[in-house]
Design a protein around this ligand. Sequence first.
Ligand code: CU
Length: 121
Amino acid sequence: MAQGRGSATRCLGVGGLLAVCLLLGAADAATHRVDWSLSFSADSWSRGKNFRAGDVLEFNYDPSVHNVVAVDAADYYSCGSSGRAYSSGNDRITLGSGANYFICSLNGHCGMGMKMAVNAS
Ligand SMILES: [Cu+2]
């Protein structure tokens, strides 16, 4: 899975002399892999990363013991889980602009710290 973002230039040689170049937009969405587990540390994971609306978080985890619930701020702090739940073990969730909150609602894991908040510009 590609990580990070950046503009890319693709050139097609034509007859060895001319080149046709397409400048792909610099706003390519990035995919950020999340190894979602009880030992996941949102603080250390997010350090040094920049997030933009449209970026994708790819949550990888064992679905027999974890899930991902996209929650609001109140549920994030209280470990409520009224938001949309994901449970495939390999969930790709697109970030919206502003704060995005995720918790694991299974087995009391949120209360043990299995949660994160991501701010997307
Ligand atoms: Cu869990």
